[in-house]
Design a protein around this ligand. Structure first.
Ligand code: SF4
Length: 337
């Protein structure tokens, strides 16, 4: 499969207020949300992106949707650097890449009818006459399994359940017939009872509409359910990436192993892994070259505190950044999987 999006050694640094660190503006603090992250999203796949809060998942989502720009490195969409997109090319990109957000209560304006809410992107992009737009809205609602669509057109968000509101958000995302959906924790605010339905819907839409989906979640059980491949982030570093079955059955990075051991609903072949309890905290600050997980890792070695492990492919398509598997690796920027 061809890559539709490529992250090429992407670093994202923020200055946040409220620090007295030397070398920053008064009251500012430097936060490195991503550090030389390289990976590709392949056309037609669902790539799951998992990690704890603060790992950089949402920064990747916003970079992929061009809502942010990299501090260093490049984000390519169909081979084109997003930094160079202007005018009509940029508008077309914003039609082809749509986001689904975590909170359907926040992402839908409660003052507008569902019909208005789903139609608005068509108006913004100047697509179709009014009658044609209404037909597209009906089709998108039906594709999001809000049937019959006419029963939803003239309702307000507060008249819908949480699951129905997230389906409206999905209808709004697909009404523009995009190529890529970036779904940032799309089920985490929903009742457990409706999550599976939304995940099934996303998978069906991928198949029927030839979509590519980046599915972001802290919950590995939902990633396992929906994703073809999975990438694991820790403190802004990509630490493992591979086919979902391979990563879930044979997690190689100690952080992935800890995440996996904490998933109670996961059913995998073979004996259940013992729970790996990690020390609290976010690990070592990246002030010197080292593995960022070293302070929490039960297998940390001296080399882990002196050098930074590279992402190395150990089996076809399955790569990990850990000296347990690549002790001889020499640190260098990037390393794409
Ligand atoms: Fe643990 Fe070292 Fe591997 Fe980092 S490189 S995950 S500290 S063993």
């Amino acid at each position: 499969m061809n890559p539709i999006v490529v992250f090429d050694a992407v670093t994202r640094i923020f200055q946040v207020r409220g620090s007295t660190e030397a070398g920053t503006a008064p009251g500012a603090r430097i936060v490195q949300a991503l550090d030389r992250v390289s990976f590709a999203v392949r056309e037609g796949e669902i790539l799951g992106l998992a990690g704890e809060s603060g790992s950089g998942k949402s920064t990747i989502a916003e970079l992929m949707a061009a809502l942010q720009t990299p501090t260093n490195g490049r984000v390519l969409f169909n081979g084109e650097d997003l930094a160079g997109l202007r005018g009509a090319g940029r508008r077309e990109f914003h039609r082809r890449v749509q986001m689904i957000f975590q909170d359907p209560y926040e992402s839908i304006n409660p003052q507008h009818l569902i019909r208005w809410w789903v139609e608005e992107p068509l108006e913004i992009h100047g697509i179709g006459a009014r009658a044609d737009r209404l037909e597209r809205v009906r089709r998108a609602l039906a594709q999001a399994e809000l049937r019959p669509p006419d029963a939803f057109l003239n309702r307000y968000p507060h008249q819908l359940s949480g699951g129905q509101r997230q389906r409206v958000a999905i209808a709004r995302a697909i009404v523009l017939e995009p190529s890529l959906l970036v779904a940032d924790e799309p089920v985490s605010m929903l009742d457990v009872s409706v999550r599976a339905g939304i995940l099934r819907l996303l998978r069906r839409l991928r198949d029927e509409l030839d979509l590519t989906i980046l599915y972001i979640s802290h919950d590995l059980s939902t990633v396992r359910y929906i994703a073809d491949r999975v990438a694991i982030l820790y403190q802004g570093k990509l630490v493992e990436i591979g086919g979902t079955d391979a990563v879930m059955r044979t997690p190689l990075h100690p952080y992935t192993q800890a995440l996996m051991s904490a998933v109670p609903t996961l059913v995998v072949a073979g004996p259940r892994r013992p729970r790996v309890l990690l020390p609290a905290g976010n690990g070592s600050a990246a002030t010197t070259p080292s593995c960022r997980f070293a302070a929490r890792c039960p297998h940390a070695m001296n080399v882990c505190r002196q050098r930074e492990p590279l992402l190395v492919e150990l089996a076809p398509g399955h790569a990990v950044a850990c000296f347990l598997h690549s002790e001889a690796a020499v640190p260098q920027p990037g390393g794409r999987a």
